[in-house]
Design a protein around this ligand. Sequence first.
Ligand code: NAD
Length: 436
Amino acid sequence: MDLLTKITTKSARIGIIGLGYVGLPLLSAFHRAGFNCLGFDIDPAKIEALHRGENYLQHLGESLVRDMKSAGRFDATADFSRLAEADAIIICVPTPLGRHREPDLSFIQQTTDEIARRLRPGQLIVLESTTYPGTTRQIVLPALESRGLKCGTDFFLAFSPEREDPGRKDESTQTIPKLVGGIDDRSGQISVALYQSAIRQVIPVASAEIAEAAKLLENIYRAVNIALVNEMKMVLTAMGIDIWQVIAAAATKPFGFQPFYPGPGLGGHCIPIDPFYLTWKAQEVGMPTRFIELAGEINHNMPDYVIQRTTLALNDRGKAVNGCKILILGLAYKPDIDDVRESPSFVLIERLTQLGAAVEYNDPHVPATHRMRNHDLQMTSVALTAQSLRNYDCVIIATDHSAYDFQMIADNAALIIDTRGVMCRVICKRDHIVSA
Ligand SMILES: NC(=O)c1ccc[n+]([C@@H]2O[C@H](COP(=O)([O-])OP(=O)(O)OC[C@H]3O[C@@H](n4cnc5c(N)ncnc54)[C@H](O)[C@@H]3O)[C@@H](O)[C@H]2O)c1
């Protein structure tokens, strides 16, 4: 049976490499569509959890893995020799930045080498990891063809960007339209058929490069617009004007304006990182990327702005940061999830600690910190009660988790630094609330 027939009859086996925020929901989408799914990851803790039927990503719901396990047609492994069992292999591994803000493609390269060693005729490989235009053709394709099989006839290769937004309730992997660009026409057709069998709307584009660049445009658009409102926040705050009320007012325009919201800095695996994949690649064609660099500079400096506002507010009360007790509310980079990657809260904690403050945090979704690429903090979330709040000189609202009772916080904290504009939503006396 050829691959297209296997896909349309759902007898194809789907292998997903990298079972994180992107890979696990994608595996679940194919499983729900009726496919037999095999997940691969190098993290043995994840594989063990999946074998026990446990989901390690809170926001996907407790029953996600249990349901797959009880339905069957699902296995997970760290044994890459099993790649030959899959008819379609989708790569969802990390694409971070290196120490000098250069793309770190080592995860993609490692994974591609694993696949190349077992590649067999009739397989489809799709890269989903966000990366610069040209990665699929210039890096993945030569590695896969290195043992003699030809793309477009022996095997097939495409890029399809993930548009996952962890924690979002109104959209899911199945409902978010999916771009697909093949390395050649046949690869494009087969990968479109694959995604159409699990995802509501699939949009074929003319090449893998268009799909790669479209993903970067989406994320750069967000990074630039977030930088713009962050700059507007700093300007308007200096004028005594509330940026959040300004955005709410502007957002009443039915066309030509999309609201973006300021914050203490960027977080997550996408917006702080992906734009710099393009700035790096743009050097190859001698093109400057001034918008992206400027947006990066503004967004990167936002934690310093928050610290400056905190310092001034404490000073107004006759206090110094040095020796103060400060509580950070929210370690996750956005509401109602446990994702702390690139979270500006870590920068706030580290810098305030360096300035001599005793810093603690509360996050209902993050009971303890763990070692990460750029931060190594050993902390646990402290209690958040009316009484505990009175122990702090200052409370910084870094994330507006819906579990937070902001009225209670406003009633009990001595000083609040509000980076999310939440306090204008609660009725309270405002002289101890500082927008930052
Ligand atoms: N998180 C998001 O919201 C999001 C959205 C869109 C696109 N993306 C992109 O998707 C890709 C994956 O992101 P993520 O958020 O799922 O990352 P993640 O860190 O949550 O998951 C990646 C997984 O890959 C595993 N892994 C690492 N190296 C591996 C290897 N060599 N072989 C097998 N598994 C390996 C890790 O153990 C981890 O479980 C990135 O390129 C990211 O930019 C992420």
